[in-house]
Design a protein around this ligand. Structure first.
Ligand SMILES: Cc1cc2nc3c(=O)[nH]c(=O)nc-3n(C[C@H](O)[C@H](O)[C@H](O)COP(=O)(O)O)c2cc1C
Length: 218
């Protein structure tokens, strides 16, 4: 009897490719954050006294609760009935997305469901700024405006309002960090075209600023 010959090598290669793709996808699963703690913290006036920029970071990772609290402070939903947030946004466009770059990969903060959505299974921290602290700290936030959410605003208004809206978010991060003894620095010194390419952003998405967060170096 004649046996049928199968193209075994291409079949094995295809299988290998599928397995690799699956394992990459599995590597960066979504992260369901714990619910943020919306009470506690130090008195506001003391926190304002301590707010500062620090550029020296330990590589110690942020616990999940701290990460969740920090992202909620930054631009979380504080009025679920309206979906409004901890920072104001012009015309309530809510056009700023917070991307979170960690050693494991890049995530997008999905505020209403306290979730980190996987974007890239690569460590792109080194690309989030031109200063060396970006690769030493465990977390770099990247504030990205989605101009497609800004209605009929002129280009100049899109630039202006996305920058001002980012400022409020960044200050919330500064205040949370001051409250918790974390170190932080907001950065405008970024190679934006290179970072946008690494993040695979769409043409309507603009990198405004990045912010490094971690524990202070001893
Ligand atoms: C829009 C903006 C961009 C900034 N960009 C950088 C930066 O790229 N690198 C950096 O080390 N600090 C950066 N900073 C931090 C400032 O240098 C810092 O806020 C300033 O020196 C005052 O220090 P303080 O924050 O401790 O009051 C930036 C601050 C702002 C508001």
């Amino acid at each position: 009897m004649k046996t049928k010959s199968f193209p075994l090598v291409p079949l094995l290669l295809a299988l290998l490719l599928i397995c690799t793709a699956i394992s990459f996808a599995e590597e960066l699963a979504p992260i369901q954050l714990v619910k943020p703690q919306m009470d506690g913290g130090r008195p506001l006036m003391q926190v304002l006294k301590d707010r500062r920029t620090s550029r020296s970071f330990s590589s110690e990772k942020l616990p999940m609760q701290v990460l969740s609290n920090m992202l909620w402070a930054a631009f979380g939903v504080n009025r679920p009935e309206s979906g409004k947030r901890t920072a104001p946004s012009a015309a309530n466009w809510q056009e700023i997305d917070i991307y979170v770059a960690t050693a494991n990969g890049l995530y997008l903060y999905d505020a209403p469901v306290y979730m980190l959505r996987p974007v890239l299974s690569e460590d792109i921290r080194a690309m989030t700024g031109l200063q060396s602290f970006v690769q030493e700290a465990p977390v770099n936030l990247i504030f990205v405006a989605d101009f497609s959410r800004m209605g009929q605003a002129t280009d100049a208004d899109k630039d202006f309002y996305s920058a001002t809206d980012t400022g409020f978010i960044s200050q919330n991060v500064y205040l949370y960090c001051a409250s918790q003894g974390l170190a932080t620095v907001v950065s405008g010194l970024i190679d934006r075209p290179a970072l946008a390419e690494a993040m695979k952003l769409q043409p309507d998405q603009r990198i405004i600023l990045a912010q490094t967060v971690g524990y202070p170096k001893e």
